[in-house]
Design a binder for this molecule. Structure first.
Ligand SMILES: [Zn+2]
Length: 257
């Protein structure tokens, strides 16, 4: 199969042939394969990353199909593990990409093994406990990661380059209580907000993977597709008093240094 399949992407000047080759050699880890994750996986596999690892312990349900674009009715009826169902579909989309499915739930004891040392980690989780765990791991190990979240019609995205841009705990030192962290299970969700947030995350990832790190800006994107709100808030540098990237305390990992 010819690399011509990427011609429109490499024609985009900031990527070019050199950037495309870097994308083809890259390794990406996707934590979660629901609405954000299935959209991200689709975008990155079509973009031609070298290897994509998908981590998700959940099984498909019919109510996922409204927004999780990789999956179909037969997979939902079979209650297939999302990571494996995504892998099987993605292999049909781009056989050049190595795709690894891990049907496991990330926790303090296994997240370092599950994530490894990729070029970027994409947050497609649906809870802050896992995000804070991921933040600690990525800051400790110097891994770029892209925070993304959405519920109802609202979403956020923030690229995090450890020690270069603010980490999650620079902005929010402690996780919000569950009653202040609505999810698709509590307030519902519009499919398009998940796809919009995942597209922002995918674009940030492609900047990193193609060697355009300088194009990743320290911003918090916020959007509400119902209210017609779109904003990118410029962030200052990392917070010197941050317990994580400032003081090097990785509390959510169990204090592992
Ligand atoms: Zn920080």
């Amino acid at each position: 199969m010819s690399d011509d399949r990427y011609s429109r992407q490499s024609l985009f000047a900031p990527i070019g042939q050199a950037g495309q080759q870097r994308i083809r050699a890259s390794q990406v880890v996707l934590l979660g394969c629901g609405a954000l994750g299935s959209t991200l996986a689709n975008a990155l596999v079509r973009a031609g990353v070298g290897r994509l690892t998908i981590i998700d312990a959940d099984r498909l349900e019919l109510s996922n199909l409204q927004r999780q674009t990789l999956f179909d009715e037969a997979q939902a009826a079979a209650r297939a593990p999302k990571a494996e169902a995504a892998r099987d579909r993605l292999r049909q989309i781009n056989a050049q990409v190595e795709i690894v499915a891990r049907v496991e739930r990330a926790g303090p004891d296994n997240i370092a093994r599950l994530v490894g040392r990729p070029d970027v980690v994409l947050d497609a989780t649906d809870n802050f406990a896992t995000r804070y765990l991921l933040n600690d791991l990525c800051v400790r190990d110097g891994l770029p990661w892209i925070y993304g979240g959405c519920a109802a019609a609202y979403g956020v995205c923030m690229p995090i380059l450890p020690h270069e841009t603010p980490c999650l705990r620079c902005l929010f030192p402690t996780p919000p209580p569950p009653e202040h962290a609505p999810t698709a299970d509590t307030v519902g969700i519009l499919g398009p907000i998940a796809h919009a947030v995942a597209s922002l995350q995918a674009a940030e990832a492609l900047k990193l993977l193609s060697g355009n790190r300088q194009a990743v800006r320290p911003v918090l994107y916020t959007l509400d597709l119902w209210e017609g709100h779109l904003a990118s808030v410029r962030l200052p540098g990392p917070e010197p008093d941050c317990p994580c990237c400032g003081a090097g305390r990785y509390d959510h990992l169990g204090g592992c240094a």
